[in-house]
Design a protein around this ligand. Structure first.
Ligand SMILES: [Zn+2]
Length: 209
């Protein structure tokens, strides 16, 4: 479930839709938690679908650490990627705001943690844009992403968390244990299913181009 203070807006023909904040979302806000209505699909289930349906699944899903494709039931599936994202996945399974997000600002995410099975071309005009999201991006970026998450987790207890009730008890235990200094930090690396970086042929953008 995506944060209740967000809405779907049409951006352009090229980009499609995006998700925008309808109020100020402070840094440290949990902006997405997978919930029981989200659809989980195995590779076997997807293979049995019509190719047009497979394309829909591919477009609107992410792959979790077990290799399952997850299709969110709400507008969470329309959050766009940005190399300078203002939200990101954490090792606790939820997405967190990395900085204050103004009312009316688009929420953006890092697809590099979605276990992509092929390179994805980015159509973004930001300075320093990576140009591609590659399956092996976590190998070079995970440490930096962890630093971003750690910085945002520090202020998580201080901000309003309307999605906190969706965190499973085990996740709450690990998160609160970390915030209280009892348990180690859970890295974004735990989101990786390991399969996406094992085949060198899918890591080269020229192969897929
Ligand atoms: Zn970019």
């Amino acid at each position: 479930m995506i944060h209740p203070a967000t809405e779907l807006r049409f951006i352009s023909e090229a980009v499609g839709y995006g998700v925008f904040a309808t109020q100020h979302l402070p840094k440290g806000t949990i902006v997405f938690v997978k919930d029981p209505l989200d659809i989980e699909l195995s590779e076997q289930q997807i293979r049995r679908m019509h190719p047009d349906m497979q394309a829909v699944v591919e477009k609107y899903s992410y792959i979790d650490e077990r290799g399952k494709r997850i299709v969110s039931w709400d507008h969470a599936k329309y959050v766009n990627n940005c190399c300078r994202c203002n939200t990101i996945s954490t090792g606790y399974g939820f997405e967190i705001a990395l900085r204050d997000i103004a009312s009316g600002e688009e929420l953006t995410d890092e697809y590099g943690l979605f276990n992509l099975d092929r390179p994805m071309r980015l159509h973004c005009s930001k300075a320093g844009c990576r140009g591609w999201v590659l399956p092996q991006d976590p190998l070079s970026w995970a440490e930096i992403w962890d630093q971003w998450v750690l910085d945002a987790l520090r202020v998580l207890p201080e901000v309003d968390q309307p999605l906190y009730f969706l965190l499973e008890r085990g996740v709450q235990y690990r998160l609160e244990g970390f915030l209280q200094g009892r348990l180690p930090y859970c890295s974004v690396r735990t989101l990786l299913n390991g399969l996406s970086v094992s085949d060198p042929s899918i890591n080269d953008p020229n192969v897929a181009a």
